[in-house]
Design a protein around this ligand. Sequence first.
Ligand code: ZN
Length: 304
Amino acid sequence: MKYCLGLDIGGTKTSIALADSNGTPIVKDSFSTEPKLGAESLVERIKGAYTGLCLKLDITKEQVAFAGVACPGPLDIKRGMIVHIATMGFRNVPIKAMLEKALEMPVHLENDANCAALAESVIGEGKGLDPLVYVTISTGIGSGIIADGKILSGACSSAGELGHLTVEPDGRECPCGKKGCLELYSSGTAIAKDGTAVRGVATETKEVFELARRGDEKLRGIIDNAADKLGLALSSVYHLIDPEVIVLGGSVTKDYADFAEKLEIAMSEYTQPVEGRKINIKISKFQGEQVLLGALIYALQNEK
Ligand SMILES: [Zn+2]
């Protein structure tokens, strides 16, 4: 039997799994990414973890056919490069070639949100629904588009950059160089920042939700504004893609019940009605493993 390798390189944690020929993980491991040690160090540690998993499963490296690798973007998929990940300090890293050399197997590289979208489309909440748009709302906001069962990557591998859709012209300044990006209003980081500004003490995202539930009107206003901006962005997704489903994932969606109503109002207000269309928003049931599973599915699709 042939095996395949899945990798989810995250800003904080890197997850690795050896999977069977259907892409179902058999043995898994994870370690702290520590990007400040550099890309070479990361590849070395990935190689070490891979060796460990082969020993654990009692297989030789010759039995592992290929790898699917998910990584934050922006990436240049055609060249197999990490273009620039500001939060990790990586710029122009030829990650595909580095991993192929270290692991001695073909590597299929894709953006993490795109991999998550693919997992939702094949084995998750969006199974059988196409086109599908997956939106992750966590520290930042990212998204992936699946059309005809495949990732829509775009001309420059940068399709689905929903976090940087302008929702307020001349709004807050974004590190991307623009103003008024969605991420600055509706991400976990934005909610925490707004909560901190209102309360005058350091406040985490989950505290904003908790205190709003207990009746804090000002914090409720922050959540309502985040939901309204998200609704505005998702209405653009509807106008442009006409998805059969939008799947929301990421840590902030744990508190989805608290912004569902406002999001629904915003979407009906901003989205042009189309006969027969029902806005279909689902919450991911995965517990964070969708990126790794999607990387494996992506590799299998490409090897066929
Ligand atoms: Zn931006």
